[in-house]
Design a protein around this ligand. Structure first.
Ligand code: MBD
Ligand code: FE
Length: 289
């Protein structure tokens, strides 16, 4: 992959990590107290986590060299601002599973570290903000937002954000316009939307930060398959956070973030015009309990 034309260099881990850490802190402070957990739960959960690690140390006879490597690495995760990346890649999928296992509507997936609130609104059939010469295959994505009983949700909003054709996200990599490939669709009176965007590239975890260092040291790969991120909102319904994927991506079966589900696979078809692809996908939201 090349970044020529838009970026003089790949974004350093500390750039994307630092921005993701800052953004997260801002959102939590704006939500006032969101993220505060009561004493009994902290006692239970922190106690269990510490015990699990102690059990591993005893079972695997962890050495001082290994313990010190861990200490140095944990310090570096913080210095690189990569806690959001680390947590969202290796733990968020389980939190998402627990949070949504009661749902009858659409399957969702993790939010990940690169969401930004309040992206610009466009009409139901609007084009996502992109550069005049945005590289990538044009993608027309159409669908409908409905409730689990089939009722179209005419007050829904569909937020979409995704990487560009080099795998980079606006606001987390240098040299990309602020809202590039981020927007919010206001559906029509029948809950329909038609999104005009481009196909994203697969995403590689930065190789020069703490997460990249762990991946290299463990002999893992650093890839997420190409994906589109969505948040679908409608009054009286649970917020759906989802990601959708493209068939044939070599990392659909071994996503480093464990966030692919069969229900989240798109089926794009070549457009009749010969230029780009069309795809259809509906979002079904669960009513709030
Ligand atoms: C991503 O783009 C992403 O979606 C997740 C979950 C983790 C890292 C990068
Ligand atoms: Fe992503």
């Amino acid at each position: 992959m090349t970044q020529e034309g838009y970026l003089s260099e790949a974004p350093a881990a500390a750039t994307s990590g630092g921005l993701a850490s800052e953004r997260f802190a801002e959102r939590m402070s704006a939500a006032h107290g969101d993220g505060v957990v009561d004493t009994e739960r902290v006692d239970l959960l922190a106690g269990k986590a510490i015990k699990a690690l102690n059990d591993i140390i005893i079972e695997e006879r962890v050495s001082y060299d290994e313990y010190n490597a861990l200490k140095a690495w944990l310090i570096k995760v913080g210095e690189d601002g990569e806690w959001p990346l680390f947590l969202d890649v290796w733990l968020e999928h389980s939190v998402e599973e627990v949070a949504t296992d009661h749902r009858e509507g659409n399957k969702g997936s993790i939010e990940g570290p690169y969401y930004v609130e309040d992206s610009p609104e466009v009409p139901w059939n609007g084009t996502i903000p992109m550069r005049d010469d945005e590289p990538g295959t044009p993608l027309k994505f159409s669908g409908q937002v409905r409730s689990t009983d089939g009722t179209p949700l005419q007050d829904a909003r569909v937020e979409l954000w995704h990487a560009d054709s080099d795998g980079f996200y606006s606001q987390f990599a240098p040299g990309i316009p602020e809202w590039n490939l981020r927007s919010t669709w206001v559906v029509d009176g029948d809950g329909n939307f038609e999104i005009n965007t481009i196909r994203p590239a697969p995403y590689q975890i930065p190789t020069d930060g703490a997460c990249g260092q762990l991946i290299a040291a463990a002999g893992w790969h650093a890839w997420r398959p190409a994906h589109l991120h969505f948040k679908v909102h409608a009054p009286g319904h649970e917020l759906l956070t989802a990601q959708l994927y493209f068939p044939g991506d070599e990392h659909n079966d071994d996503d480093i973030a464990s966030a692919v589900k069969p229900e989240l696979m798109l089926d794009p078809q070549p457009a009749a015009s010969g230029k780009g692809e069309n795809v259809q996908y509906d979002f079904v939201l669960d009513p709030e309990a």
